[in-house]
Write a protein that binds this ligand. Structure first.
Ligand code: KIV
Length: 286
């Protein structure tokens, strides 16, 4: 596979005959390597790292330094996938200058573009990022960084008026120059209408099948995270159960003495074993 680029993603509309985009989150080098070898198009180094890796209850706890740390780990794997750096909460809310400086941190860490949450009110930030030659992916609908304002992780755009607002947000993000937009937690018909209205691709999560691509959180897809499984998640593996079984088998082998066996141990050559025998079990000096 050749490296996926921003212009290549931006041209991927399913209605024009393109294959749908497959995006997955990843937060470290092994995850990035697996995504690349699986032929995934885009890796999102998402702020979901807060919840699925760092043990927080929401995404509001991670900083730009945390995100740069994980972006560097993903970039070191040199995946063919496009690396999208997720701007965390408060990294693009204070000023245009801070937004550009923070996005530059993620680009220097190895991201090829950044994602930020929100609609029309983010336009000044998006324009400044594009002026600094930093490609931007939008993210509208259920935006987890707004969880307190939304009263929790709630599906958005369920009322006709709110749905129309989302369509206007999407058009404004496209007009500003975003190269794609994540649609999260919105009804199927609304996601379809947004996808039809745009020239740039939409990437859905909990937004139904009519988007130009889909994204899932790595730990949800692989069944590593099982405390809460949203309706839109499809599990392709049960790694948590497989991991617990493997760790329990290891612990049992250690306790019974079955691990390590002779083949898993290093040995002296015969002549060195003989010489070593001269010194007794404690070796030279004893
Ligand atoms: O951080 C993340 O994982 C995300 C996806 C849910 C789109 O933003």
């Amino acid at each position: 596979m050749t490296k996926v680029t921003v212009p290549a993603v931006s041209a991927r509309k399913v209605r024009d005959g393109a294959d749908a985009l497959a995006m997955i989150t990843a937060y470290d080098a092994p995850g990035a390597r697996a995504a690349s070898e699986a032929g995934i198009d885009l890796i999102l180094v998402g702020d979901s790292v807060a919840m699925v890796v760092l043990g927080y209850d929401d995404t509001l706890q991670v900083t730009i330094d945390d995100m740069a740390h994980h972006t560097r780990a993903v970039a070191r794997a040199n995946p063919d996938c496009l690396i999208v750096g997720d701007l965390p909460w408060m990294s693009y809310h204070v000023s245009v200058e801070e937004t550009v400086r923070n996005a530059a941190e993620l680009i220097r860490a190895g991201a090829q573009c950044v994602k930020l949450e929100g609609g029309r009110k983010r336009l000044p930030m998006i324009e400044a990022l594009l002026d600094a030659e930093i490609p931007v992916m939008g993210h509208i609908g259920l935006t987890p960084q707004s969880m307190h304002a939304m009263g929790g992780f709630k599906v958005q755009g369920k009322q006709a008026e709110a749905a129309l607002e989302l369509i206007e947000d999407a058009k404004a993000l496209q007009h500003a120059g975003c190269f794609s937009i994540v649609l999260e937690g919105i009804p199927v018909r609304v996601a379809e209408a947004i996808t039809d209205a745009l020239e740039i691709p939409t990437i859905g999560i909990g937004a139904g099948p009519h988007c130009d691509g889909q994204v899932l959180v790595y730990h949800d897809l692989l069944g590593i995270e099982d405390r809460f499984v949203p309706k839109f998640v499809r599990r392709y593996a049960d790694f948590k159960a497989a991991t617990i079984d493997a760790l329990a088998a290891y612990a049992a082998d250690v306790r019974s003495g079955a691990f390590p066996n002779d083949e898993e141990s290093y040995h002296l050559s015969d002549d060195q074993a003989d010489a070593f025998g001269l010194y007794g079990s404690g070796g030279p000096g004893e």
